[in-house]
Design a protein. Structure first.
Length: 86
């Protein structure tokens, strides 16, 4: 999974895993869900309003309408090159 955000604030997402993730048919899905839930709390808590997008090989529901889901890594890279524009 890759997430990019254009808010001008350096963040560490390590705290998303402060509480150990429990395996439910593996660790990938619950880990991505924990990351996304933490991102949502951080973005809301700090008032981050910069464009954000995410690419993942895993089928995970979008976290919020503010984070665009990119179907390919190349599309995410293109989105970054265009400063968060489609």
């Amino acid at each position: 999974m890759v997430m990019v955000n254009f808010s001008d604030m350096p963040l560490s997402m390590a705290n998303a895993f402060e509480k150990a993730v429990k395996a439910k048919d593996g660790f990938l899905q619950p880990s991505i869900q924990a990351f996304n839930q933490y991102w949502d709390r951080v973005a809301n808590g700090y008032g981050l309003n910069g464009a954000a997008a995410q690419f993942s090989l895993s089928d995970v529901d979008p976290i919020t309408a503010q984070v665009k889901q990119m179907p390919t890594l190349e599309q995410l890279k293109s989105w970054v090159r265009n400063n968060g524009e489609a």
